[in-house]
Design a protein around this ligand. Structure first.
Ligand code: ADP
Ligand code: MG
Length: 293
């Protein structure tokens, strides 16, 4: 039977937009020593926007964007949404690409009449064994210096580089500070480039961060943090966070803009995507457990 203290904590959470999937989540939350946060869509708003398009090899910017948008059409990643939004704003008609392979944490690969189209991070191309020419490297370096994420578009020819950027959530700094006040350590885990990661971590006040992580690597880092510090809560929004959310002592998902897989993998859901609720959830859980332990 669920102790009364649990029920009242669950009800108090619900009033603040916190969904606890049962008493076990509360018990685990009360013990949390470190919170690991994803970057894109978690510490940053889910409002990634296209900042620049660099067309290469005689291709026009709209063509680069249209090609990328066609491949991203079914992806729910914040970057995909940004590319589609920009394509829509420019009134582009997109070629239909039915066969698409998602590579979580890397990008997407589309297939049209036997031709393949790659859209994603430099690491995607490294994995695919596709070497980057100097002009692509130059654009990557410039994007990196501006703290932006660069996506490469290639279909056998280098079509272009799309720069995207997102904004840090307004409540992120306060949310991190509130966790520290509870004596909880905070870390950031991201699949994005180290330069972008460093900029966001600096803005929100997180000293401990790791970049360029694939979904399984995020999971490994959760285990490493657990060994080093103690019980870990992971906060994430994406398909790429699902393994880490499941492996953490407590998985916490963004409820509004988070992907279904993230929400299913989590023990706690932030119904309004407000990061300050993470510290509140831990405080609520500790108070509830004090009456039980
Ligand atoms: P985070 O861990 O910060 O949420 P992800 O692991 O989702 O980031 O993505 C890591 C990187 O992989 C992105 O910065 C981007 O370069 C690339 N990427 C992931 N998904 C896509 C996509 N749908 N389209 C293009 N690039 C993608
Ligand atoms: Mg994310």
């Amino acid at each position: 039977s669920t102790p009364a203290a649990f029920l009242s904590a669950i009800a108090a959470g619900a009033r603040r937009g916190l969904l606890f999937k049962g008493g076990m989540a509360l018990e685990a939350l009360a013990r949390v020593r470190v919170v690991a946060m994803d970057k894109t869509g978690t510490l940053t708003e889910n409002r990634v926007a296209v900042q620049a398009i660099h067309a290469l090899d005689g291709t026009g910017p709209d063509q680069v964007l249209g090609l990328a948008a066609a491949v991203e059409a079914r992806s729910e990643h914040p970057i995909a949404r940004a590319i589609l939004e920009e394509a829509r704003a420019r009134g582009l008609s997109l070629p239909e690409i039915r066969e698409v392979e998602a590579r979580p944490g890397l990008g997407v690969i589309g297939r049209r009449n036997g031709d393949r189209i790659w859209v994603g991070s430099p690491r995607l191309f490294q994995q695919e064994g596709i070497a980057l020419p100097p002009e692509v490297h130059a654009h990557l370096k410039a994007a990196e210096q501006a703290g932006r994420t660069a996506l490469l578009v290639y279909d056998g020819r280098w079509r272009g580089v799309i720069e995207v950027a997102d904004r840090v959530r307004p409540e992120a700094v306060e949310a991190v500070r509130a966790l520290r006040r509870l004596g909880v350590e905070v870390a950031m885990l991201t699949g994005d480039h180290p330069a972008v990661a460093r900029a966001v971590a600096g803005t929100v006040g997180i000293a401990r961060f790791e970049a360029g992580l694939l979904p399984e690597e995020k999971l490994e880092r959760i285990r490493a943090l657990a060994r080093e510090i103690g019980p870990v809560a992971m906060v994430g929004d994406g398909v790429n966070d699902a393994p880490a959310l499941a492996a953490a002592s407590v998985g916490i998902a963004m409820g509004r803009m988070g992907s279904d897989v993230a929400i299913e993998s989590a023990d706690v859901v932030l119904l309004q995507d407000d990061l300050r609720r993470v510290a509140e959830a831990i405080a609520l859980a500790r108070a509830a457990m004090r009456t039980v332990w």
